[in-house]
Write a protein that binds this ligand. Sequence first.
Ligand code: 6R9
Length: 647
Amino acid sequence: MSDAGKLPVARTYRPREQYLSLQRDSLLDPESFWAGIAGQLVWRRKWDKVLQWDPPFAQWFVGGLLNASENAVDRHVKSWRENKAAYLWEGENGDRRTITYGELYQEVNRLASVLQKLGLRKGDTVAIYLPLVPEFPIAMLACARIGLPFTVVFSGFSAKALAERIQDCGAKVVVTADGGYRRGKVLDLKTVVDDAVKDSPSVKHVVVFRRTGHVVPMIEGRDYWWHDLMAKASSYVAPVPLESTHLLYILYTSGTTGKPKGVAHSTAGYLVFAYATQEWVFDAKDDDIYWCTADIGWVTGHTYVVFAPLMHGLTSVMYEGALDYPEPDRWWDIVERYRVSILYTAPTAIRSLMRYGDKLPGQHDLDSLRLLGSVGEPINPAAWQWYFDVIGQGRCPIVDTWWQTETGGIMISPSPRLGLVPLKAGSATFPLPGIEADVVDEKGNPLPPSEKGFLVIKRPWPGMFMTLYNDSERYREVYWTRFPGFYYPGDYALRDAEGYFWLLGRADEVIKVAGHRLGTREVEDALVSHPSVAEAAVAGKPDPVKGETIVAFVTLRKVANPSNHLSEELKQHVRRMIGPIATPESIYFARLLPKTRSGKIMRRVIKAVAAGGPIGDLSTLEDGASVDEIREAIEALRVAEKSTKSS
Ligand code: 6R9
């Protein structure tokens, strides 16, 4: 990790000390600090109390009433922005649409009316399973307009994963499409929904947006075409004034058990934090063309494709498809044609584009770019440097933004708006104002510079999730018991001698595959559900493009024998159970797995073997497992790995 301060030449910046004193001041009286920002939103009733903190449960802006869709669209249609583009959309197949704030407003109102006519009332939940089309934000905002908490399910998830999420939140309506384009093929979303809904009695209706025009089965009385319903809808539905703590959405994410966690976000706190961080980090103006490449299926899309940029009245680019389709310069072509000025993407995307070399970006005019962003996993210095030199041409600062589904918005990042500190390739720099972060040891004591420990957040912030849906105990236990009084995100980190934060990856059983968050347990559960598998142990293996890929060690039941055919079948099985993103790259058949005396699989060992690195000191292995047995199991893993590779 280099300590050389990287500073884009064309930007002025404030000395580090000045930004840090601003950050410190925000922590002296955080409640007035956040109230000052909240005042910039549209309220129906002002709050009585900024923060009600009953650890670990926070309620922000208690007593206030507001509406997310009113903040995102209504406020702009009363101004000149009515005719400003909210989204410049491009389909993978070349289709193009411009959606102005005025049009967005009309569509959101109409869809809210549709949902009302389908019988939905405040508090009912809706599941959204869509490709990246403008109807995605429209659906989310229509729900928010009438107080329907929604859950977005990434369109790469399987029917089983979709059903699990629908059932957990009891969704009454599913909004989907006849398909979407991905690498020239049609994703058949409707069939997946049909499969998922078969086992989900809560679902009364399915609304289907026509994207591709492919023939899909429609079930009479249950399924309706979006455009048919919209034609009969009212053109205005009053935004419902909602309590600050009204559930805006639930987003399921992976943890350390097999069951995904329903991260529950509030209306007011979430919006205030989204609003503030968009401004601090991206510093966008009315003439910017902003492109956050995330799919709305992930939290980055919720906050930085939908709510935050819309509240600020920005113009966003939205692109439906694969980054290198039909040609590997598709993204650079988009940047050039739309004159994108702010590009926010993930390290895995940067690394895959980097593989195509410098020539392709060089063939496009990227002079419109002025700010680059990164999110989702640690960015390795080589990718950072390439992004900085080749894409940003040394002119554009890189905002490396650390945050999570749970945090609602960016927590640690440079802030071009408040004063850019000198950048270091691979460091997210400092916490944003109002955020108190630290790096601590096992016992929760702050660590001296350069020592690796656990990241903690020491006080509540408005964007924090309210709880885990239907599981407040798990919320308390997963995030608040390891370091009492502090929020524990599950990440390793260190601070260097100058206080910069370096985020060093997950400290738990969560892995990031191409930026997608997955739990090793989910994949293990899927493998074990196959009749041939006795036990499974899954680990992330470092990968030059995806960051990590999934490798699985399995032991088989007596009835089965290792074969390439079985390995392929197991991969397909995981795909069907979870979705393509969870497909293991390699499956190794082992005779034994290393376990503690109490039968827990030793993940540290699995991980080390998968990564090909040193195993470390076996004598300190927890739970007094026999060192000999472990050695034997490791040997079995290595043999399995070698023989599978050579077969
Ligand atoms: C927004 C998002 C959260 C986990 C998080 C951490 C990793 C995200 C990062 C980063 C290093 C960054 N992560 N941004 N690690 N540097 N800039 O990614 O949410 O999908 O919930 O994942 O991603 O490990 O804990 P989510």
